[in-house]
Design a protein around this ligand. Structure first.
Ligand code: MG
Length: 365
């Protein structure tokens, strides 16, 4: 069975305060990521883009990447149901998939399941069970307790036999429906549910967008320990008779963290930014270097979401210092200490020389 696909990009995205379809997810537009899974499948015929007037050119530009002959372009309506109806008018294939342009993470496996369900049962609606309990609230009071095991959230794409969903839309008589399974259920039959995909989220809020757009960085550092040097880690003085050998103060934790932060935003590493051949950095307090990286972040409009660090050393024991380190690093990064995770490990005495090693990862938006 061949399926035409209707992709809805007709809404205004008012909940975001900006046009979410034109935001970047990774290196591409959200709308492009929503279209891509449907291209180059043998079971997909035409892709019908239902576009708001002002993003017509964007939709066309995305379609040009894959060859315009696969695509049709249709104007969006005043409501979701009207937009779907405009798209359905162009469908000629036996089956149809209807998809929200704000869902950029459709997998081939999910499409396989939907297509199979339409072939077997005449419809395929991806849905995931609700994990939170749900209550109906009226005037600030809980008035109904629903049985959670029967509650699901529905996703798109939703698959149907073209004749049936078209008939359902003809019967809707101007009413607006939240999704196509609701129209189908009202006028045709209970639609068939298949297991959805947790990753197949709809971008509706700035929070969900920033989650998608996060970058990750990784950093590493190691310093040898030597007698009669101060030991500073994570900006905290540690009581021990040895300290790190370094041009700077040898704070391996902050050095790994700086590299993670620089790496996340595609900058050169700590050694390039603060060369150890420059006398300016002799014995420098590494918190000063971290503050410079924080200033760079502010200039480039990046924010640290969370940081995770591992310190590896046989001695000394760090457990008592970790809460202090978290507070210190939180203050330097201007984030809560609860967003900083630090764990300490030993090498199981597998090393010949005593050293302090640190790994750091950072999520950045
Ligand atoms: Mg270092």
């Amino acid at each position: 069975m061949i399926f035409d696909t209707v992709i809805l990009a007709g809404g205004s995205g008012t909940r975001m305060g900006c046009d979410k379809l034109l935001l970047c997810v990774g290196e591409d537009l959200l709308l492009a990521r929503a279209i891509e899974p449907f291209v180059n499948r043998n079971d997909i015929g035409k892709i019908i883009l239902v576009l708001r007037k002002d993003i017509f050119d964007v939709g066309r530009a995305i379609a040009e990447r894959y060859g315009l002959s696969k695509f049709l372009f249709v104007k969006g309506g005043d409501t979701r149901s009207q937009s779907v109806e405009n798209g359905l008018k162009e469908v000629r294939a036996e089956g149809v998939l209807i998809h929200d342009g704000a869902r950029p993470f459709v997998t081939p496996q999910l499409l396989d399941r939907i297509v199979l369900s339409v072939q077997q049962f005449g419809s395929g609606i991806p849905a995931t069970p609700i994990t939170d309990s749900v209550r109906m609230v009226e005037d600030g009071l809980i008035c109904n307790i629903a049985e959670r095991s029967k509650l699901y959230t529905v996703q798109t794409p939703q698959g149907f036999l073209t004749q049936q969903i078209m008939q359902a839309y003809r019967m809707r008589n101007g009413c607006d429906f939240a999704d196509d399974s609701a129209v189908f259920a009202e006028f045709i039959a209970p639609p068939h549910v298949i297991i959805g995909d947790e990753r197949n989220i709809k971008v509706t809020t700035l929070g969900s967008y920033f989650g998608l757009n996060a970058k990750i960085g990784i950093g590493y550092d190691i310093h040898r320990l030597e007698r009669f040097r101060p030991l500073v880690l994570g900006g905290i003085q540690i009581a021990y008779d040895k300290g790190c050998v370094a041009h700077s103060d040898g704070d391996a934790v902050i050095h790994a963290l700086i590299d993670a932060l620089l790496s996340a935003i595609g900058e050169r590493d700590i050694g390039t930014l603060f060369p150890d051949t420059d006398p300016k950095y002799k014995d420098i307090d590494s918190t000063v270097l971290l503050s410079e990286v924080v200033a760079l972040y502010r200039k480039k409009n990046y924010k640290v979401s969370n940081v995770s660090i591992i310190i590896i050393a046989d001695k000394p024991k760090f457990a008592d210092y970790l809460p202090l380190m978290k507070i210190k690093l939180g203050n330097l990064l201007h984030i809560s200490a609860t967003l900083i995770g630090i764990s300490a490990k030993t090498t199981e005495k597998t090393r010949e020389e005593e050293a302090i090693e640190a790994y750091a990862t950072a999520i950045v938006t």
